[in-house]
Ligand binder design. Structure first.
Ligand code: BGC
Length: 254
């Protein structure tokens, strides 16, 4: 028998922390999305306080799924490119669970955005290799084959043949701070995507993050062989996927 499961999905980004209630049977948002600026420095304590604020606003005390901008290996944060370095080595879900008093499940933000797109969005039914790139403060990546996730790919940190680290060259943050025109930024993104394509040979490339809404502005600059499409959930893929991840983990515990 089908059952509607409601879980609070939270997307912790380098710039904003966004939350909404998600119906995990359809991927639909059941509440307005709430956004709070990511505190600086983005320490575990400060982010924990922000999460508590979001919970109060959403009046929520049940399970929470969090997409987090770090490699999360067996529950432990292993990287911290755009958050405070004190996260490294922490069991992030345990820390946030203690702070909020709710059951918390944490996975990499791009990986969970990918889960949402594969289950209900642009990657649905694609059996081949799918590369999902989330474009925000950093560049996040998720890789699927046969619908299965290879977790924690950190391909935003690849060095391009111009000597630049990809996320310091082609992220949304770079586009904004360097005031790049769509053409200039689109060419940068194209260098990144063609580099990735020559290494991974994806069948489909899905772009998430805020710029996914503006794909028409830079699509003509993209020369990959594989089709490049916007995430169906656009910038909400991380919220939806975080809730889907929590649901999967809850099922595993039963
Ligand atoms: C982090 C990744 C994350 C990406 C997008 C990168 O800096 O290393 O773990 O997925 O940013 O937030």
């Amino acid at each position: 028998m089908g059952m509607t499961v409601h879980i609070l999905g939270i997307d912790v980004g380098g710039t904003g922390i966004k939350a909404a209630m998600v119906d995990t049977t359809s991927g639909e948002l059941l509440s307005e999305r709430v956004r709070i600026e990511t505190p600086r420095p983005a320490t575990p304590e400060a982010i924990g306080r922000t999460l508590k604020e979001l919970l109060a606003e959403q009046q929520w005390s049940g399970p929470i799924g969090i997409g987090f901008p770090a490699a999360i290996q067996h529950g432990i944060a292993c990287t911290a490119a755009n958050i405070d370095k004190s996260f490294i080595g922490l069991a992030v879900a345990e820390v946030f669970s203690e702070q909020t008093g709710c059951p918390v499940f944490v996975a990499n933000d791009a990986d969970v955005a990918g889960l949402a797109e594969m289950r209900f969005g642009a990657g649905h039914g694609e059996k081949g290799v799918v590369l999902i790139v989330t474009i925000g403060t950093g560049l996040g990546t998720a890789l699927f084959t046969g619908g299965h996730l290879l977790p924690n790919s950190e391909l935003g940190h690849v060095y391009l043949d111009n000597g630049c680290e990809a996320e310091r060259y082609a992220s949304e943050a770079v586009r904004i701070t360097k005031k790049l025109k769509w053409k200039e930024w689109g060419e940068r993104l194209n260098l990144y995507l063609t580099t990735m394509e020559n290494l991974l040979w994806p069948d489909l490339i899905v772009l998430g993050g805020g710029v996914s809404k503006k794909l028409n502005k830079f699509a003509p600059l993209i020369t990959t062989r594989a089709p490049v499409v916007a995430a169906s959930f656009l910038n909400q893929a991380g919220i939806v996927g975080a809730a889907l991840f929590a649901e999967e983990e809850l099922k595993r515990q039963i």
